[in-house]
Design a protein around this ligand. Structure first.
Ligand code: NAD
Length: 439
Protein backbone atom coordinates (compact mmCIF):
# COMPACT_ATOMS: atom_id res chain seq x y z
CA UNK A 1 0.00 0.00 0.00
CA UNK A 2 1.45 3.37 -1.03
CA UNK A 3 0.30 6.67 0.37
CA UNK A 4 1.06 10.22 -0.73
CA UNK A 5 0.62 12.73 2.08
CA UNK A 6 0.40 16.39 1.09
CA UNK A 7 1.50 18.67 3.93
CA UNK A 8 4.20 17.97 6.52
CA UNK A 9 2.60 19.94 9.35
CA UNK A 10 1.29 18.61 12.66
CA UNK A 11 -1.31 16.43 10.96
CA UNK A 12 0.49 15.42 7.77
CA UNK A 13 3.74 14.52 9.46
CA UNK A 14 2.14 12.59 12.32
CA UNK A 15 -0.35 10.78 10.07
CA UNK A 16 2.36 10.00 7.53
CA UNK A 17 4.71 8.61 10.17
CA UNK A 18 1.91 6.59 11.77
CA UNK A 19 0.76 5.12 8.45
CA UNK A 20 4.38 4.12 7.81
CA UNK A 21 4.43 2.53 11.26
CA UNK A 22 1.32 0.56 10.22
CA UNK A 23 3.54 -0.86 7.49
CA UNK A 24 2.59 1.32 4.53
CA UNK A 25 4.89 3.02 2.09
CA UNK A 26 4.45 6.75 2.70
CA UNK A 27 5.79 9.72 0.79
CA UNK A 28 5.18 13.08 2.50
CA UNK A 29 5.44 16.25 0.41
CA UNK A 30 5.48 19.83 1.54
CA UNK A 31 5.56 23.08 -0.38
CA UNK A 32 8.09 24.53 2.05
CA UNK A 33 11.51 23.24 0.96
CA UNK A 34 13.07 24.15 4.33
CA UNK A 35 10.75 21.70 6.11
CA UNK A 36 11.68 18.93 3.71
CA UNK A 37 15.39 19.71 3.98
CA UNK A 38 15.10 19.51 7.76
CA UNK A 39 13.22 16.22 7.61
CA UNK A 40 15.72 14.72 5.20
CA UNK A 41 18.48 15.71 7.61
CA UNK A 42 16.63 13.98 10.43
CA UNK A 43 15.37 17.17 12.09
CA UNK A 44 11.67 17.45 12.97
CA UNK A 45 10.32 20.92 12.18
CA UNK A 46 7.67 20.78 14.93
CA UNK A 47 7.73 19.74 18.56
CA UNK A 48 5.64 16.64 19.13
CA UNK A 49 6.64 14.06 21.74
CA UNK A 50 7.87 10.79 20.24
CA UNK A 51 7.72 11.99 16.66
CA UNK A 52 11.48 12.16 16.15
CA UNK A 53 11.95 8.49 17.01
CA UNK A 54 8.90 7.38 15.00
CA UNK A 55 10.09 9.28 11.92
CA UNK A 56 13.69 8.07 12.31
CA UNK A 57 12.61 4.41 12.66
CA UNK A 58 10.38 4.48 9.63
CA UNK A 59 12.87 6.38 7.46
CA UNK A 60 15.54 3.85 8.45
CA UNK A 61 13.25 0.96 7.56
CA UNK A 62 12.55 2.55 4.17
CA UNK A 63 8.80 3.06 4.64
CA UNK A 64 8.80 6.85 5.03
CA UNK A 65 10.29 9.44 2.70
CA UNK A 66 10.03 13.17 2.18
CA UNK A 67 10.18 15.42 -0.82
CA UNK A 68 8.89 18.51 -2.55
CA UNK A 69 7.78 16.78 -5.75
CA UNK A 70 4.15 15.78 -5.85
CA UNK A 71 4.80 13.78 -9.03
CA UNK A 72 7.29 11.61 -7.16
CA UNK A 73 4.97 11.24 -4.16
CA UNK A 74 2.02 10.20 -6.32
CA UNK A 75 3.98 7.64 -8.31
CA UNK A 76 2.03 4.42 -7.77
CA UNK A 77 0.09 5.85 -4.79
CA UNK A 78 -3.09 4.00 -3.81
CA UNK A 79 -4.36 7.03 -1.88
CA UNK A 80 -3.49 10.71 -1.77
CA UNK A 81 -4.15 12.48 1.53
CA UNK A 82 -4.58 16.25 1.84
CA UNK A 83 -3.26 17.56 5.16
CA UNK A 84 -2.67 21.20 4.29
CA UNK A 85 -3.72 24.07 6.52
CA UNK A 86 -7.20 25.59 6.58
CA UNK A 87 -6.70 28.76 8.65
CA UNK A 88 -9.35 31.41 9.19
CA UNK A 89 -9.83 33.64 6.18
CA UNK A 90 -8.96 37.21 7.05
CA UNK A 91 -11.98 39.32 7.69
CA UNK A 92 -14.89 36.91 7.77
CA UNK A 93 -13.84 33.83 9.75
CA UNK A 94 -14.66 31.37 6.98
CA UNK A 95 -12.09 28.63 6.47
CA UNK A 96 -9.46 29.70 3.95
CA UNK A 97 -9.55 26.89 1.42
CA UNK A 98 -6.91 28.28 -0.90
CA UNK A 99 -4.28 25.70 0.18
CA UNK A 100 -6.75 22.84 -0.20
CA UNK A 101 -7.90 23.91 -3.64
CA UNK A 102 -4.36 24.66 -4.82
CA UNK A 103 -3.26 21.20 -3.69
CA UNK A 104 -6.28 19.63 -5.43
CA UNK A 105 -5.26 21.34 -8.68
CA UNK A 106 -1.71 20.06 -8.30
CA UNK A 107 -3.01 16.54 -7.68
CA UNK A 108 -5.15 16.74 -10.80
CA UNK A 109 -2.14 17.73 -12.91
CA UNK A 110 0.15 15.12 -11.37
CA UNK A 111 -2.21 12.11 -11.49
CA UNK A 112 -1.23 9.39 -13.94
CA UNK A 113 -3.72 6.74 -12.85
CA UNK A 114 -7.15 6.61 -11.16
CA UNK A 115 -6.92 8.16 -7.68
CA UNK A 116 -8.59 8.18 -4.32
CA UNK A 117 -8.17 11.68 -2.87
CA UNK A 118 -8.76 11.81 0.87
CA UNK A 119 -9.15 15.09 2.76
CA UNK A 120 -7.67 14.98 6.26
CA UNK A 121 -7.68 18.75 6.64
CA UNK A 122 -10.65 20.19 8.49
CA UNK A 123 -12.86 21.59 5.73
CA UNK A 124 -16.39 23.02 5.63
CA UNK A 125 -19.33 21.03 4.38
CA UNK A 126 -19.32 20.85 0.62
CA UNK A 127 -15.53 21.06 0.19
CA UNK A 128 -15.13 17.43 -0.87
CA UNK A 129 -17.58 17.96 -3.73
CA UNK A 130 -15.74 21.15 -4.75
CA UNK A 131 -12.45 19.28 -4.75
CA UNK A 132 -13.99 16.74 -7.07
CA UNK A 133 -15.23 19.50 -9.39
CA UNK A 134 -11.80 21.15 -9.47
CA UNK A 135 -10.02 17.91 -10.30
CA UNK A 136 -12.60 16.85 -12.86
CA UNK A 137 -12.50 20.27 -14.57
CA UNK A 138 -8.73 20.06 -15.00
CA UNK A 139 -8.68 16.36 -15.81
CA UNK A 140 -12.03 15.25 -17.24
CA UNK A 141 -10.30 12.01 -18.26
CA UNK A 142 -9.26 11.10 -14.73
CA UNK A 143 -11.12 8.57 -12.65
CA UNK A 144 -11.28 10.07 -9.17
CA UNK A 145 -12.98 9.17 -5.93
CA UNK A 146 -12.97 11.77 -3.14
CA UNK A 147 -13.27 10.95 0.56
CA UNK A 148 -13.34 12.84 3.82
CA UNK A 149 -11.32 11.42 6.72
CA UNK A 150 -11.16 14.20 9.33
CA UNK A 151 -8.37 14.00 11.87
CA UNK A 152 -9.08 14.16 15.60
CA UNK A 153 -5.55 14.00 17.01
CA UNK A 154 -4.45 16.44 19.71
CA UNK A 155 -1.10 18.13 19.55
CA UNK A 156 1.10 16.95 22.39
CA UNK A 157 -0.45 13.49 22.29
CA UNK A 158 -0.72 13.17 18.54
CA UNK A 159 0.89 9.78 18.04
CA UNK A 160 -1.15 8.12 20.78
CA UNK A 161 -4.32 9.70 19.43
CA UNK A 162 -3.57 8.56 15.90
CA UNK A 163 -2.60 5.03 16.90
CA UNK A 164 -5.45 4.56 19.37
CA UNK A 165 -8.28 6.85 18.25
CA UNK A 166 -11.76 6.76 19.76
CA UNK A 167 -13.08 6.40 16.23
CA UNK A 168 -12.22 6.89 12.59
CA UNK A 169 -14.69 8.84 10.48
CA UNK A 170 -14.79 8.10 6.77
CA UNK A 171 -17.08 10.00 4.43
CA UNK A 172 -17.42 8.86 0.85
CA UNK A 173 -19.44 9.48 -2.28
CA UNK A 174 -22.44 7.36 -3.22
CA UNK A 175 -22.24 4.36 -5.50
CA UNK A 176 -19.32 2.26 -6.70
CA UNK A 177 -16.90 5.19 -6.72
CA UNK A 178 -17.59 5.73 -3.02
CA UNK A 179 -17.38 2.04 -2.31
CA UNK A 180 -13.89 1.98 -3.84
CA UNK A 181 -12.68 4.72 -1.49
CA UNK A 182 -14.40 3.15 1.51
CA UNK A 183 -12.75 -0.20 0.83
CA UNK A 184 -9.35 1.40 0.42
CA UNK A 185 -9.66 3.34 3.69
CA UNK A 186 -10.82 0.17 5.41
CA UNK A 187 -7.57 -1.47 4.30
CA UNK A 188 -5.49 1.54 5.37
CA UNK A 189 -7.06 1.57 8.83
CA UNK A 190 -7.02 -2.22 9.21
CA UNK A 191 -4.51 -2.16 12.08
CA UNK A 192 -7.03 -0.09 14.07
CA UNK A 193 -9.85 -2.35 13.01
CA UNK A 194 -8.06 -5.18 14.76
CA UNK A 195 -8.18 -3.10 17.96
CA UNK A 196 -11.93 -2.74 17.45
CA UNK A 197 -11.74 0.98 16.78
CA UNK A 198 -15.18 2.01 15.53
CA UNK A 199 -15.16 3.16 11.91
CA UNK A 200 -17.99 5.58 11.24
CA UNK A 201 -18.85 5.37 7.54
CA UNK A 202 -20.86 8.31 6.30
CA UNK A 203 -21.50 10.60 3.37
CA UNK A 204 -18.93 13.28 2.53
CA UNK A 205 -21.05 16.06 4.04
CA UNK A 206 -21.66 14.16 7.27
CA UNK A 207 -17.97 13.44 7.79
CA UNK A 208 -17.04 17.06 7.13
CA UNK A 209 -19.62 18.35 9.58
CA UNK A 210 -18.78 15.72 12.20
CA UNK A 211 -15.31 17.18 12.65
CA UNK A 212 -16.66 20.69 13.21
CA UNK A 213 -19.43 19.47 15.51
CA UNK A 214 -16.86 17.63 17.65
CA UNK A 215 -14.55 20.63 17.96
CA UNK A 216 -17.44 23.01 18.59
CA UNK A 217 -18.77 20.77 21.35
CA UNK A 218 -15.38 20.54 23.05
CA UNK A 219 -14.90 24.31 22.82
CA UNK A 220 -18.36 24.76 24.31
CA UNK A 221 -17.49 22.42 27.18
CA UNK A 222 -14.41 24.52 27.96
CA UNK A 223 -16.33 27.80 27.87
CA UNK A 224 -19.03 26.21 30.00
CA UNK A 225 -16.64 25.21 32.77
CA UNK A 226 -14.87 28.57 32.54
CA UNK A 227 -18.13 30.37 33.25
CA UNK A 228 -18.97 27.94 36.05
CA UNK A 229 -15.48 28.62 37.47
CA UNK A 230 -16.19 32.35 37.50
CA UNK A 231 -19.40 31.69 39.39
CA UNK A 232 -17.54 29.40 41.80
CA UNK A 233 -15.23 32.28 42.67
CA UNK A 234 -18.19 34.51 43.49
CA UNK A 235 -20.04 31.98 45.61
CA UNK A 236 -17.08 30.28 47.28
CA UNK A 237 -17.44 26.91 45.54
CA UNK A 238 -14.61 24.77 44.14
CA UNK A 239 -14.79 24.26 40.38
CA UNK A 240 -12.72 21.06 40.48
CA UNK A 241 -15.23 19.42 42.78
CA UNK A 242 -18.09 20.74 40.69
CA UNK A 243 -16.42 19.38 37.54
CA UNK A 244 -15.89 16.00 39.16
CA UNK A 245 -19.42 15.85 40.49
CA UNK A 246 -20.79 16.78 37.10
CA UNK A 247 -18.35 14.81 34.96
CA UNK A 248 -18.83 11.50 36.74
CA UNK A 249 -22.24 11.49 35.12
CA UNK A 250 -21.62 9.24 32.13
CA UNK A 251 -23.87 11.41 29.98
CA UNK A 252 -21.47 14.31 30.50
CA UNK A 253 -17.98 12.84 30.94
CA UNK A 254 -15.04 14.18 32.92
CA UNK A 255 -12.80 15.37 30.12
CA UNK A 256 -12.57 18.99 29.01
CA UNK A 257 -14.01 20.28 32.26
CA UNK A 258 -10.80 21.98 33.36
CA UNK A 259 -11.04 25.76 33.70
CA UNK A 260 -8.38 28.08 32.35
CA UNK A 261 -7.60 31.29 30.48
CA UNK A 262 -9.67 30.34 27.42
CA UNK A 263 -9.07 27.84 24.65
CA UNK A 264 -6.54 28.51 21.91
CA UNK A 265 -4.57 26.47 19.42
CA UNK A 266 -4.74 25.81 15.75
CA UNK A 267 -8.20 24.23 15.77
CA UNK A 268 -10.90 25.33 18.23
CA UNK A 269 -10.81 29.09 17.55
CA UNK A 270 -10.79 28.78 13.77
CA UNK A 271 -13.12 25.78 13.58
CA UNK A 272 -15.81 27.26 15.85
CA UNK A 273 -15.71 30.44 13.80
CA UNK A 274 -15.86 28.58 10.50
CA UNK A 275 -18.79 26.36 11.46
CA UNK A 276 -20.69 29.35 12.86
CA UNK A 277 -20.17 31.15 9.54
CA UNK A 278 -21.26 28.09 7.56
CA UNK A 279 -24.39 27.85 9.70
CA UNK A 280 -25.24 31.52 9.05
CA UNK A 281 -24.77 30.94 5.31
CA UNK A 282 -27.30 28.13 5.48
CA UNK A 283 -29.64 30.27 7.60
CA UNK A 284 -29.41 27.80 10.49
CA UNK A 285 -27.43 29.75 13.09
CA UNK A 286 -25.47 27.94 15.79
CA UNK A 287 -26.15 30.42 18.57
CA UNK A 288 -24.59 28.19 21.24
CA UNK A 289 -21.34 28.20 19.30
CA UNK A 290 -21.50 31.91 18.56
CA UNK A 291 -21.88 32.53 22.29
CA UNK A 292 -19.00 30.16 23.03
CA UNK A 293 -16.78 32.16 20.66
CA UNK A 294 -17.77 35.45 22.30
CA UNK A 295 -17.15 34.06 25.81
CA UNK A 296 -13.74 32.77 24.83
CA UNK A 297 -12.66 35.93 23.00
CA UNK A 298 -13.60 38.05 26.00
CA UNK A 299 -11.96 35.68 28.46
CA UNK A 300 -8.38 36.19 27.28
CA UNK A 301 -8.65 39.95 27.84
CA UNK A 302 -10.32 39.33 31.20
CA UNK A 303 -7.28 37.31 32.24
CA UNK A 304 -5.05 40.35 31.66
CA UNK A 305 -7.48 42.50 33.69
CA UNK A 306 -7.38 39.92 36.44
CA UNK A 307 -3.58 40.03 36.61
CA UNK A 308 -3.60 43.84 36.71
CA UNK A 309 -6.23 43.82 39.46
CA UNK A 310 -4.18 41.31 41.48
CA UNK A 311 -1.25 43.74 41.25
CA UNK A 312 -3.32 46.47 42.87
CA UNK A 313 -4.84 48.01 39.72
CA UNK A 314 -1.66 49.10 37.96
CA UNK A 315 1.31 47.23 36.57
CA UNK A 316 3.14 50.24 35.17
CA UNK A 317 6.81 49.83 35.96
CA UNK A 318 6.27 46.36 37.44
CA UNK A 319 7.88 43.13 36.33
CA UNK A 320 5.64 40.19 35.53
CA UNK A 321 6.92 36.67 35.01
CA UNK A 322 4.89 34.59 32.57
CA UNK A 323 5.33 30.83 32.66
CA UNK A 324 4.18 29.12 29.48
CA UNK A 325 3.42 30.68 26.10
CA UNK A 326 2.25 27.76 23.93
CA UNK A 327 -1.51 27.24 23.81
CA UNK A 328 -1.06 24.05 25.81
CA UNK A 329 1.77 21.90 27.17
CA UNK A 330 3.83 19.49 25.07
CA UNK A 331 3.61 21.60 21.94
CA UNK A 332 5.44 24.56 20.41
CA UNK A 333 2.23 25.69 18.70
CA UNK A 334 1.45 29.33 19.43
CA UNK A 335 -1.57 29.69 17.15
CA UNK A 336 -4.31 31.62 18.99
CA UNK A 337 -2.61 30.96 22.34
CA UNK A 338 -4.01 33.00 25.27
CA UNK A 339 -0.47 34.41 25.68
CA UNK A 340 -0.93 36.29 22.39
CA UNK A 341 -3.64 38.39 24.05
CA UNK A 342 -2.45 38.43 27.66
CA UNK A 343 1.24 39.32 27.12
CA UNK A 344 0.64 42.30 24.78
CA UNK A 345 -1.95 43.69 27.24
CA UNK A 346 0.56 43.46 30.09
CA UNK A 347 3.20 45.20 27.97
CA UNK A 348 0.71 47.90 26.90
CA UNK A 349 -0.16 48.50 30.55
CA UNK A 350 3.49 49.33 31.22
CA UNK A 351 4.84 46.08 32.67
CA UNK A 352 8.14 44.44 31.88
CA UNK A 353 7.33 40.83 30.96
CA UNK A 354 9.85 38.08 31.61
CA UNK A 355 8.54 35.03 29.77
CA UNK A 356 9.57 31.42 29.63
CA UNK A 357 8.29 28.41 27.69
CA UNK A 358 10.18 25.12 27.40
CA UNK A 359 9.72 24.82 23.62
CA UNK A 360 7.62 27.65 22.15
CA UNK A 361 9.90 30.64 22.62
CA UNK A 362 11.28 30.69 19.09
CA UNK A 363 7.76 30.91 17.67
CA UNK A 364 6.71 33.33 20.42
CA UNK A 365 9.48 35.79 19.61
CA UNK A 366 7.96 36.39 16.19
CA UNK A 367 4.45 36.86 17.58
CA UNK A 368 4.81 38.78 20.84
CA UNK A 369 5.63 42.48 21.18
CA UNK A 370 9.19 43.76 21.29
CA UNK A 371 10.56 44.30 24.73
CA UNK A 372 9.43 40.96 26.16
CA UNK A 373 12.39 39.36 27.90
CA UNK A 374 12.82 35.64 27.21
CA UNK A 375 14.17 33.83 30.23
CA UNK A 376 16.32 30.71 30.31
CA UNK A 377 14.06 28.89 32.75
CA UNK A 378 11.11 29.32 35.10
CA UNK A 379 13.27 30.59 37.96
CA UNK A 380 15.10 32.98 35.67
CA UNK A 381 11.70 34.36 34.56
CA UNK A 382 10.66 34.76 38.19
CA UNK A 383 13.88 36.59 39.14
CA UNK A 384 12.93 39.97 40.61
CA UNK A 385 9.31 39.72 39.42
CA UNK A 386 6.50 41.49 41.25
CA UNK A 387 3.99 38.93 40.02
CA UNK A 388 4.06 35.52 38.43
CA UNK A 389 1.46 34.17 36.01
CA UNK A 390 1.07 30.54 34.94
CA UNK A 391 -0.34 30.55 31.41
CA UNK A 392 0.49 27.00 30.24
CA UNK A 393 0.53 23.96 32.51
CA UNK A 394 3.89 22.44 31.57
CA UNK A 395 4.82 19.68 34.02
CA UNK A 396 8.11 21.35 34.89
CA UNK A 397 6.15 24.25 36.41
CA UNK A 398 4.26 21.88 38.70
CA UNK A 399 7.55 20.63 40.10
CA UNK A 400 8.87 24.06 41.13
CA UNK A 401 9.53 24.48 44.83
CA UNK A 402 7.25 27.24 46.18
CA UNK A 403 9.98 28.45 48.52
CA UNK A 404 12.60 28.73 45.78
CA UNK A 405 10.11 30.47 43.51
CA UNK A 406 9.17 32.90 46.25
CA UNK A 407 12.82 33.65 47.00
CA UNK A 408 13.51 34.43 43.35
CA UNK A 409 10.69 36.99 43.17
CA UNK A 410 10.46 40.50 44.52
CA UNK A 411 6.67 40.43 45.01
CA UNK A 412 4.21 37.79 46.15
CA UNK A 413 1.41 37.84 43.55
CA UNK A 414 0.85 34.46 41.91
CA UNK A 415 -1.94 34.18 39.34
CA UNK A 416 -2.26 30.51 38.51
CA UNK A 417 -4.49 30.51 35.42
CA UNK A 418 -4.13 26.72 35.01
CA UNK A 419 -4.64 25.61 38.60
CA UNK A 420 -1.35 23.73 38.75
CA UNK A 421 -0.64 24.48 42.41
CA UNK A 422 -2.38 23.68 45.67
CA UNK A 423 -3.84 26.91 47.05
CA UNK A 424 -2.98 26.09 50.66
CA UNK A 425 0.64 25.19 49.90
CA UNK A 426 1.19 28.39 47.95
CA UNK A 427 -0.42 30.56 50.61
CA UNK A 428 1.66 28.90 53.29
CA UNK A 429 4.74 29.70 51.20
CA UNK A 430 3.76 33.36 51.44
CA UNK A 431 2.18 33.91 48.05
CA UNK A 432 -0.84 36.05 47.44
CA UNK A 433 -2.19 33.17 45.39
CA UNK A 434 -5.21 32.98 43.14
CA UNK A 435 -6.31 30.23 40.80
CA UNK A 436 -9.38 29.80 38.62
CA UNK A 437 -12.65 28.88 40.29
CA UNK A 438 -11.23 27.76 43.63
CA UNK A 439 -11.81 29.42 46.97
P1 NAD B 1 0.20 23.06 9.40
O1 NAD B 1 0.07 24.48 9.02
O2 NAD B 1 1.05 22.66 10.55
O3 NAD B 1 0.71 22.22 8.15
C1 NAD B 1 0.24 22.37 6.85
C2 NAD B 1 1.40 22.09 5.90
O4 NAD B 1 0.90 22.01 4.57
C3 NAD B 1 2.47 23.18 5.90
O5 NAD B 1 3.72 22.61 6.18
C4 NAD B 1 2.43 23.73 4.47
O6 NAD B 1 3.69 24.16 3.99
C5 NAD B 1 1.90 22.55 3.70
N1 NAD B 1 1.27 22.87 2.42
C6 NAD B 1 0.34 23.81 2.14
N2 NAD B 1 0.00 23.76 0.84
C7 NAD B 1 0.71 22.74 0.30
C8 NAD B 1 0.80 22.17 -1.00
N3 NAD B 1 0.04 22.63 -2.01
N4 NAD B 1 1.64 21.15 -1.22
C9 NAD B 1 2.40 20.67 -0.21
N5 NAD B 1 2.37 21.16 1.04
C10 NAD B 1 1.53 22.17 1.29
O7 NAD B 1 -1.29 22.55 9.62
P2 NAD B 1 -1.81 21.39 10.61
O8 NAD B 1 -1.86 21.89 11.99
O9 NAD B 1 -1.10 20.14 10.29
O10 NAD B 1 -3.32 21.27 10.11
C11 NAD B 1 -3.65 20.71 8.85
C12 NAD B 1 -5.15 20.50 8.79
O11 NAD B 1 -5.53 19.53 9.76
C13 NAD B 1 -5.98 21.74 9.10
O12 NAD B 1 -7.13 21.72 8.32
C14 NAD B 1 -6.33 21.57 10.55
O13 NAD B 1 -7.52 22.23 10.89
C15 NAD B 1 -6.50 20.08 10.65
N6 NAD B 1 -6.26 19.53 11.99
C16 NAD B 1 -5.23 19.99 12.74
C17 NAD B 1 -5.01 19.44 14.00
C18 NAD B 1 -3.90 19.95 14.87
O14 NAD B 1 -3.89 19.62 16.05
N7 NAD B 1 -2.96 20.72 14.37
C19 NAD B 1 -5.83 18.40 14.47
C20 NAD B 1 -6.84 17.93 13.66
C21 NAD B 1 -7.05 18.50 12.41
Amino acid sequence: MRIAMIGAGYVGLVSGACFAEFGMQVHVVDAEPSKITALKEGRIPIYEPGLDALVADNVRDGRLEFGTSLDAAMEGADAVFLAVGTPSRRGDGHADLSYVFAAAEQVARAAKAPIVLVTKSTVPVGTGRKIKEIVSRIRPDLEISVASNPEFLREGNAIGDFMRPDRVVVGTEDGPVGERARELLRRIYRPLFLMETPIVNTSLETAELTKYAANAFLAMKISFINEIADLCERVGADVHDVARGVGLDGRIGRKFLHPGPGYGGSCFPKDTLAVARTARDYDSPLTLIETTIAINDARKGQMADRIIAACGGSIAGKTIAVLGLAFKPETDDMRDAPSLVVVPRLVEAGATVRAYDPVAMDHAKAMLPEGVIYATGALDAAAGADALVVLTEWNEFRALSPQTLKKAMRGTVLEDLRNVYEPQTMREAGFSYRSIGRP
